[in-house]
Design a protein around this ligand. Structure first.
Ligand SMILES: Cc1cc2nc3c(=O)[nH]c(=O)nc-3n(C[C@H](O)[C@H](O)[C@H](O)COP(=O)(O)O)c2cc1C
Length: 163
């Protein structure tokens, strides 16, 4: 069974939720051996040594990745590893909602390509940006455009890349 590690960094929970959905689809439909890690708690050095296959995700806030996850993608050596990347972002969700593919690509470029540009060892097999959610404690919704279907569709598309 092919082993794949999914590492996520989240502030508001949607990157975790996305990672869980991806894990579920890759396990059940593609029979992959999936391990899910919260970047905040995981021993990232050990994971990167152990796994050749990685899916790495981060939420975006004020334009920034979760710091621990950003550090991995910018600094680690991914030579000979298969990697897929995703972010959860309000801007991406707006573009997906409007079915604006060009704008969605721009968001991917801004939040993923620019971040990994300094690490030539990281050549992702796949990358995407899902929507996000940000609800204030008083219930006010600032961002609410995360869609389960977007995550499911991507998981279905990348599953075979790891088999
Ligand atoms: C403080 C804050 C700042 C944010 N800034 C951005 C931003 O710069 N660009 C963007 O696309 N989305 C932004 N968002 C929306 C988040 O991307 C969205 O809440 C997403 O769900 C975050 O991922 P997480 O739920 O895994 O933390 C922001 C959200 C918060 C809470």
């Amino acid at each position: 069974m092919t082993k794949v590690a999914i590492i996520f960094g989240t502030r508001k929970g949607m990157t975790r939720k996305s990672a869980e959905i991806i894990a579920d689809i890759l396990k059940t439909k593609f029979k992959l051996d999936i391990a899910l890690f919260n970047a905040k708690k995981a021993k990232l050095k050990d994971i990167l040594e152990e796994y050749e296959n990685l899916i790495i995700g981060s939420g975006i806030a004020m334009g920034f990745w979760v710091r621990t996850v950003k550090k991995i993608v910018q600094k680690k050596d991914f030579t000979n590893k298969k990697v897929a990347l995703f972010v959860c972002s309000g801007l991406a969700g707006d573009a997906l909602k409007a079915n604006d593919k060009e704008e969605h690509q721009k968001v991917i470029s801004k939040y993923i390509d620019r971040v990994i540009a300094k690490n030539p060892s990281l050549q992702p097999l796949a990358k995407t940006a899902f929507g996000g959610r940000w609800v204030r404690k008083n219930g006010e919704q600032i961002v609410d455009n995360w869609k389960k279907e977007d995550v499911e569709n991507w998981a279905e598309a990348i599953g075979k890349l790891f088999q």
